[in-house]
Design a protein around this ligand. Structure first.
Ligand code: NCD
Length: 317
């Protein structure tokens, strides 16, 4: 697949070859980060920090974010580019005056070289991109997709299992209905021969389109409400918070809170070589004592995400 100049709107855009090419680039970026953050990398990173010299990225965030926006911005800065940051676009931009995303895209195309955008509406990023002559990267469109989080998640799996993803049993636990992170990760994992176990309350099951697509690829999918009975088989455990902001009322979300909690006791039931992932923020689904468990990878994911976004931006811009 071609990266240069492309919009990155959904995970479906990637094929396996594209993913593997990206992973190679991510490795290079990890070297760059060693060079920038530690004392020395023996000169390996020489030159990379100028890759985006003279380029400007705008981040347009219409929804809250800690990791994703700072990660995009850090990635761009670490490659020598400059950043304009829109952190509260619903209130501070002309969205407040009912400007369309199409017009916002037309406008920003006159100003900057690339946009990373987050918005609560599924498909919003496509509307912005339809007005853009510069690449747009989806940083989360409502409950629909979050392709760069999916990329950093599959990279985390690939890295931890040393490239051997085939044969893994992938558990995803929590609010499968609204987790754009889980939706995007499934799109990437379908290129490998894996089995899925989706654990969620009945009302928060994985959307049928996602399940059907995986089954269509001849991949085994088990959907259950039972974590204790299935955790012991999982090689990868992706947990997600209840996406409170996607419910009609706080009470509705509250009903599901505390249903699947990963504490030291629960982790005793997990495989010794499993990895525990979470896109963060965590609310109550992982207790902090688990942070010291070597299987906990959720803060490593943040580090991987920086290298992944550096690689992607270097390839796209
Ligand atoms: C996720 C998101 O925004 O979808 N967070 C992230 O990008 N790291 C997950 C979440 O908010 O629960």
């Amino acid at each position: 697949m071609e990266f240069k100049g492309q919009h990155i709107l959904t995970a479906e855009q990637f094929d396996k070859k594209g993913l593997l090419a990206l992973f190679e680039k991510v490795r290079e970026m990890e070297e760059v980060l060693v060079g920038q953050r530690a004392v020395s990398d023996g000169g390996k990173s020489k030159g990379f920090e100028k890759t985006l010299d003279g380029k400007i990225m705008a981040t347009l965030f219409y929804e809250p974010s800690t990791r994703t926006r700072f990660s995009f911005e850090t990635a761009f800065l670490r490659l020598g580019g400059k950043v304009i940051s829109g952190a509260d676009m619903m209130n501070t931009s002309s969205a407040k005056k009912k400007e369309t995303l199409y017009d916002t895209g037309k406008t920003l195309s006159q100003l900057v070289d690339v946009i990373a955008m987050r918005h609560p509406e599924p498909g919003s990023v496509d509307e912005l991109a339809s007005g853009c002559s510069i690449p747009v990267i989806n940083a989360g469109d409502g409950p629909h997709q979050h392709p760069t989080q999916g990329l950093l998640d599959i990279y985390t799996i690939w890295k931890n299992f040393e490239g051997k993803i085939d044969g893994l049993k992938i558990g995803m636990v929590g609010d499968m209905k609204h987790s754009r992170v889980a939706h995007s990760l499934c799109e990437f994992l379908k290129y490998w021969n894996v089995e899925f176990v989706f654990v969620s309350p009945e009302e928060l099951k994985m959307p049928e389109v996602v399940v059907e697509e995986l089954k269509g690829e001849d991949l085994k999918v088990l959907e259950t409400t039972d974590l204790e009975g299935t955790i012991g088989e999982m090689d990868v455990i992706l947990t997600t918070r209840i996406q409170e902001e996607r419910f009609s009322s706080a009470d509705e979300a509250e009903k599901h809170r505390g249903m699947y909690v990963f504490d030291s006791e629960m982790m005793e039931k997990a495989k010794a070589d499993a990895i525990l992932m979470n896109p963060l923020p965590r609310v109550d689904e992982i207790t902090t004592d688990v942070d010291y468990d070597p299987r906990a990878k959720y803060f490593d994911q943040v580090g991987n995400g920086l290298a992944v976004r550096m690689a992607l931006l270097a390839m796209v811009v």
